[in-house]
Design a binder for this molecule. Structure first.
Ligand SMILES: [Zn+2]
Length: 129
């Protein structure tokens, strides 16, 4: 499957979204410098190569930063997650109270439909939804 619109394939955002809708969490890996990147793009953010390939993410990550967003009826967590593959992703950690999300906490990805498929995270140990 081509991921390059110049060759008539779907663009990177569309590839990512289509896979996610099918329950697969994919990440782009650069064949030139082996960097892993997120969000999906046409070229590697590290070396500028367009020779990227898709691989299924392990789903493992660690919280890099965590912020609790408080609204009147609801508060939720916005976190940056360092994925095991090396990319950093903005998401949210569920399964624990928003202010109990800690930097360095080990998390795993979970695809949730609400109704659009999105990638959220939950603590690796305990706290399952
Ligand atoms: Zn690269």
């Amino acid at each position: 499957m081509s991921t390059d619109p110049r060759f008539g394939g779907p663009g990177p955002d569309e590839v990512w979204r289509t896979a996610l809708d099918e329950g697969r969490f994919l990440l782009q890996h650069c064949r030139t410098c082996h960097a892993c990147r997120f969000p999906p793009a046409m070229v590697c953010g590290a070396c500028g190569s367009s020779d990227l390939e898709w691989k299924e993410a392990s789903g493992s990550g660690k919280v890099y930063s965590a912020t609790t967003v408080r609204e009147r009826d609801n508060s939720y967590n916005v976190s940056l997650i360092d994925l095991a593959e090396g990319a950093r992703m903005m998401s949210s950690v569920g399964g624990v109270a928003p202010d109990e999300v800690r930097i360095g906490m080990e998390v795993r990805a979970r695809i949730v439909r609400e109704p659009e498929a999105i990638v959220l995270f939950e603590p690796k140990e305990g706290g399952a939804w």
